[in-house]
Design a protein around this ligand. Structure first.
Ligand SMILES: [Zn+2]
Length: 391
C-alpha cells in the first residue's frame, strides 16, 4: 500500500445543511459528484454546518460495496463537532473497487434537529498492486537482553535504523543470517543482532539448537595449575568433553574451542566463539592456592560491553548447581575481567571447579564420578539459565 500520510487532509468536502424536522416517508438523497481513481487509503471529511449529536453518527455513516456489502468505518469528530473524518478499512479499499459513501439523514444536530436529506457519493479506487506478504514460519522467539537494541533495515550494523527494542521485548524470528535475525518491525522485514537476544526455538526445549561454546582452559605447553602430579589442562578438557556430550543429548549444539591437548591463545578462543556464531560462552578451569582454599566459584565480568546481566545470571545458575550436585564449598559468583569473558560479546562466564591444591577438592577433580557430576552441574546450570525469563 502507498503512504498513509494523507490521513487528516481535507480531500473532499461535503457540506450538509440542517433544516427543521419534517415528516418524510422516504429519504431524499442528494448525489454528490462521483470521484474516480481514489487512493486505497483515502479518508473522507464530511463537514456539517452545525455541531452534530455524535450519538446519532453510529451506523448512519457507512460505505457500501457493489455487492451490497457494508463497511462501517471508524471516524474522528472534530472538536467543534462539525467535521467527521471517515477512515478507510485497515487494509485499504480494494484495487479498482467501486464504493458508495452514504450519510443517512438520521443524523441530528446537537440541538436535536434532523437532516432533511441523505447524501451519497460514488467513488472508485485506482488500480494498484498489493504488496506481497511473504508467509514465513516462525523459527524462534527472541527476548531482548540489551537495554536498547537497534532494529535495522538490512542484516548489517551500517544499514538504516528503523527503530529500537528494549530489554525484555519478545519478537518472532523468521530467519538467521550470520549474526542477524530477521524479524518483523512495524509490518516490515527488519533485522536485529542475535548476540543481544535470548533465543528459543519454536516448539523446542530451552537449549535446543543453542550454540554453546565450551572452552577448556589451557592446553599443550600451557598446563595451567599443577598439583600432586595432575595437570589442570587435562581436568578442564575432560569435564568440557562431558559437558558437550550432555548438551548434545539435550538437543543443543555444543562447540568446543579445543577437543584435544592443544594450545590456543586467549584471543584465539574469543575469536573462535565469534567465528562460530556462538550464543553462550563457558570457560572451564580448576584453581590453585594454599591448601586451605577450597570450593567452586564462577566468574562473570561487570565491565564488559555487552550481556553483563546475562553473564551474571548464568554464573549464578552454574554456581548453584556445582554446590548442589557436586557438593562443592560455595565461594559464590565473582566479578573479574578475565580476558576470555571480558572481550567476549556473548553472555560469558569462567568456571573454577575447585582447588587442585586442596586435598578434598583434588580427590573430586581427579575422580571419574565427580567429573561427571561437574559436567551435570554445568549443563543443568546452562539449562536453568535458558529456562529463566529475561528480567
Ligand atoms: Zn586455569
Amino acid at each position: 500500500m502507498t503512504t498513509r500520510k494523507i490521513v487528516g487532509a481535507l480531500l473532499s468536502l461535503i457540506v450538509l445543511f440542517f433544516v427543521p424536522v419534517m415528516t418524510q416517508a422516504e429519504t431524499v438523497w442528494e448525489e454528490l459528484p462521483e470521484e474516480a481513481d481514489v487512493e486505497p487509503d483515502k479518508t473522507w471529511t464530511i463537514e456539517f454546518n452545525t455541531p452534530i449529536n455524535q450519538a446519532t453518527l453510529q451506523e448512519n455513516i457507512y460505505v457500501k460495496t457493489l455487492d451490497d456489502g457494508k463497511y462501517i468505518p471508524t471516524y474522528d469528530v472534530s472538536e467543534d463537532g462539525k467535521k467527521v473524518v471517515v477512515h478507510p478499512p485497515e487494509d485499504g479499499y480494494v484495487s479498482s473497487g467501486y464504493y458508495k459513501l452514504v450519510v443517512e439523514n438520521d443524523i441530528s444536530s446537537d440541538k436535536g434537529k434532523q437532516m432533511d436529506q441523505g447524501y451519497e457519493k460514488n467513488f472508485s479506487i485506482k488500480s494498484y498492486e498489493k504488496p506481497v506478504i511473504e508467509e514465513k514460519p516462525v523459527l524462534s522467539t527472541g527476548t531482548v537482553t540489551a537495554d536498547v537494541l537497534n532494529v535495522r533495515a538490512e542484516p548489517n550494523a551500517s544499514s538504516k535504523k528503523l527503530g529500537s527494542l528494549s530489554r525484555g521485548d519478545v519478537v518472532d524470528v523468521y530467519d538467521f543470517e550470520d549474526f542477524w535475525t530477521e524479524i518483523e518491525f512495524n509490518g516490515q522485514k527488519a533485522y536485529v543482532h542475535k548476540t543481544y537476544m535470548k533465543l528459543r526455538k519454536a516448539g523446542g526445549t530451552a537449549v535446543e539448537g543453542q550454540r554453546i561454546v565450551i572452552d577448556a582452559g589451557h592446553g599443550d605447553h600451557d598446563p595451567g595449575a599443577q598439583s600432586w602430579g595432575a595437570q589442570e589442562k587435562e581436568i578442564n578438557l575432560d569435564v568440557s568433553l562431558r559437558v558437550a556430550e550432555r548438551l548434545k543429548a539435550l538437543g543443543a549444539t555444543p562447540i568446543l574451542t579445543r577437543d584435544t591437548d592443544q594450545f590456543l591463545t586467549l584471543q584465539g578462543r574469543v575469536e573462535y566463539a565469534q567465528e562460530v556464531r556462538g550464543d553462550l560462552f563457558v570457560s572451564i578451569h580448576a584453581n590453585a592456592a594454599s591448601p586451605g582454599a577450597k570450593g567452586s566459584e564462577v566468574f562473570y565480568d561487570s565491565r564488559k560491553l555487552s550481556n553483563v546481566e546475562e553473564g551474571r545470571a548464568l554464573a549464578g545458575y552454574i554456581q548453584r548447581k556445582l554446590v548442589d550436585i557436586a557438593g562443592m564449598y560455595d565461594r559464590g559468583v565473582k566479578d573479574n575481567n578475565f580476558y576470555v569473558i571480558h572481550y567476549n560479546t556473548l553472555p560469558s562466564v569462567l568456571v573454577e571447579l575447585g582447588f587442585m591444591t586442596n586435598s578434598g577438592d583434588f580427590e573430586k577433580l581427579t575422580s571419574n564420578y565427580y567429573r561427571d557430576l561437574y559436567a551435570q552441574a554445568i549443563t543443568e546450570g546452562i539449562v536453568d539459565y535458558y529456562e529463566a525469563e529475561v528480567n
